[in-house]
Write a new protein. Structure first.
Lengths: 159, 518
């Protein structure tokens, strides 16, 4: 179980991020990125703080947060594994790779393992199309996935 | 002379183990007490040879690849620091056939120089274009770009100079240059490569655009799936500021121009220019209706040049060598060079910059060497998720905007995905519709609803429920999406769907039921 900070703490940490970034032109996305980096997700309690500081409605902030795939409403696992499912990787069997990973990790896409070790996500292109099939583990890129590399990935997220 | 070793830091090379190779080389140098300088260059784009390590010798650079960490010891034993022979020896990199056959204008420095060294950049012809531009009248610069015949490399192929002219001619207190680096199309990695391998060429191109149109602020909107490119661009912008390339006086001139790097948040549709502008403004990435054109009312309602990475990165060479030089390459109304990205199930995958006009067959068979699996090529998708699937019978199509349009396809961002004969084209058509449904911004009905109905209808074909009737329905639906959608997402999804149906009809026949077999 991942401990979540109390709402007053979220509010004060959010306010600090907003204060730092609100001078940018069109600051909302950079602020949301900052919040996600701080908390690992965009907590619900952060939204009213942002809305008030930017003088926009909560609904607007909510609308933006939910439009973009990157913003999480819940914290992710300790590791985040993104597996490319776009055409170039499809041509090299990315569906088989994804099925194997799901089986090895015991979770589906957009799910986090019960021990909180890893979150599995599909991604649509990492720009590694000439080294397909590809994946990204905690920001590190991996190309030409095969059984051996899958085993290494699984060992790493479980360690 | 201290030996100099080049090990790519490009994410494609990293994905193939370049970091482990670098560590092994560092360790070997330390163990042997050899002093050497390691340069983390970009990739030259021959991904089948990555990680490709190069050493600078008295007779020029010598390449080795693909290097595995366990090769490192034997490389040193073979005297690779002076170009010694080894089973991974490739010789002079520019003599490697895949690279020797290219015409590198935009990517001339990519993989050659240290991406963050302005000295390297200048030593390889960098900044000449901007120096020329600051000495010219804005209208003169725009004229050069127009005459070069450069068209938007992001996919739409709109003449870059015309866009710039509109912004130049529109009076406003503030104007913007926005670089669309939201390269989300599968099979494309040219933007990523240039941002990681030669970031200053993009900065120079944007600064020229600023000087040409009177814009003082630039944004580079990079997709979040490219963390390495984001980091590299941020470092390069800082270095450019320090060197006076950006700031209140660009290269000491009276022109002010600065750049800010912004990161997307995983929405494919933000690669569409108007939804990208909304995203930059901090809104949902919903498509805007045109008119007004972004060139007149773009970012924050101000006149805005919005160009793709490769379009902007092609400008410095045009301003350096002149419009006529650039225009000399290519065919018909497609002038200059295009970085073709050969990807997917292909033997020699990578980036191949060439003048327009090569045929699809030459690219896939001669350059790409057929499939990686060794099976026959069944289809190639050109132009990403919104591009058409081409069968072998259309491999004589020359790489040219108009020629592709005439075959109901598009060049898009010039990415080519190769599929072998195990590909199921019904599955690919369904994926195109599904992708559109997931990524639709929701603003217009044909895209939002049409894509979902498309998935359902294709599923009926797969189940053998009145397939002929369903194909008719999908065709009609595609027609509505093509002409009724606000942007290219809904408007171009019919390309992969209809090309799959038209060229690979056998995949849309229901699977024979066991009892029916005689």
């Amino acid at each position: 179980m991942i401990m979540q900070p109390a709402s007053t703490e979220i509010a004060s940490r959010t306010a600090a991020i907003v204060q730092e970034l609100k001078g940018l032109e069109g600051p909302l996305l950079p602020i949301l990125h900052g919040i996600q980096e701080e908390f690992g997700h965009v907590p619900h309690d952060a939204l009213p703080v942002i809305a008030e500081a930017l003088n926009i409605s909560r609904a607007e902030v909510h609308g933006v947060v939910t439009f973009y795939h990157d913003y999480r409403s819940e914290p992710a696992g300790r590791h985040v594994l993104k597996v490319c499912q776009a055409e170039a990787c499809q041509s090299m069997g990315s569906d088989v790779i994804a099925a194997k990973l799901k089986q090895l990790l015991g979770i589906g896409f957009h799910e986090t393992a019960r021990d909180g070790s890893v979150t599995l996500e599909p991604v649509y292109c990492l720009g590694l199309c000439a080294c397909a099939p590809s994946a990204m583990l905690d920001g590190a890129v991996i190309g030409r996935l095969d059984d051996e590399k899958l085993d290494e990935i699984v060992a790493e997220v479980r360690s | 002379m201290t030996p100099r070793i080049y090990i790519p830091g490009d994410s494609g090379a990293l994905a193939l183990g370049a970091e482990k190779v670098a560590k092994a080389i560092e360790k070997e140098l330390a163990d042997r007490g050899i002093e050497a300088k390691i340069v983390r260059n970009g990739s030259r784009g021959a991904y089948f040879l990555e990680p490709m390590v190069e050493v600078a010798t008295e007779n020029g650079r010598v390449a080795y690849g693909p290097v595995k960490p366990y090769d490192v010891k034997s490389l040193f034993d073979s005297g690779f620091l002076t170009g010694g022979h080894h089973k991974r020896w490739l010789g002079a990199p520019d003599k490697i056939p895949f690279l020797a056959r290219q015409t590198r204008l935009t990517f001339a420095r990519c993989g050659v120089i240290n991406p963050l060294s302005l000295d390297h950049y200048k030593a390889h012809g960098g900044l000449k274009g901007l120096h020329n531009a600051v000495a010219m009248a804005p209208a003169e610069i725009v004229k050069q770009v127009t005459e070069s015949g450069l068209r938007g490399r992001g996919g739409a192929g709109f003449p870059t100079g015309i866009k710039w002219k509109t912004v130049l001619d529109t009076t406003a207190d503030k104007k913007y240059i926005v670089c669309n680096a939201d390269e989300g199309d599968s099979a494309t990695f040219a933007d990523r490569m240039i941002m990681e391998g030669d970031p200053f060429v993009l900065i120079e191109g944007m600064a020229i655009a600023g000087v040409a149109t009177g814009a003082t602020k630039g944004f580079v909107y990079i997709r979040s799936e490219y963390p390495h490119a984001v980091a590299m661009m941020q470092k390069a912008v800082e270095a450019a500021r320090k060197a006076g390339l950006l700031g209140l006086n660009v290269l000491g001139s009276a022109n002010a121009f600065d750049i800010e790097i912004r990161v997307g948040a995983g929405a494919y549709v933000c690669g569409e220019e108007t939804s990208l502008l909304n995203s930059l403004e901090g809104k949902r990435g919903v498509v805007r209706a045109k008119p007004p054109l972004p060139a007149i009312q773009g970012l924050f309602g101000k006149p805005t040049v919005i160009n793709n990475v490769i379009s902007l990165a092609s400008v410095p060479i045009i301003m350096d060598k002149g419009a006529a030089f650039y225009k000399d390459f290519g065919m018909g109304r497609s002038r200059g060079t295009i970085p073709i990205q050969i990807a997917g199930n292909v033997r020699y995958g990578g980036l191949f910059e060439a003048a327009f006009g090569m045929t699809l067959g030459e690219i896939v068979d001669d350059i790409g060497g057929g499939t990686a699996t060794g099976r026959p090529v069944k289809a190639v998708q050109v132009g990403g998720p919104l591009g058409a699937y081409f069968p072998r019978s259309l491999f004589d199509t020359p790489f040219d905007y108009e020629a592709f349009a005439a075959k109901d396809g598009l060049i898009g961002h010039a990415g080519i995905t190769v599929f072998d004969d195990t590909a199921d084209m019904l599955k690919q058509a369904r994926f195109a519709m599904e992708f559109c449904a997931v990524e639709s911004c929701g603003k217009c009905t044909p895209c939002r609803i049409g894509s979902t109905r498309g998935v359902e209808t294709i599923d009926k074909i797969a189940r053998g429920i009145e397939p002929e009737k369903q194909i008719e329905l999908v065709t009609d639906l595609c027609n509505t999406m093509k002409f009724g959608s606000l942007c290219a997402l809904g408007g171009f999804t019919p390309y992969p769907v209809m090309s799959a149906i038209n060229h690979f009809r056998e995949d849309f026949k229901p699977a024979p039921v066991a009892e029916a077999a005689e």
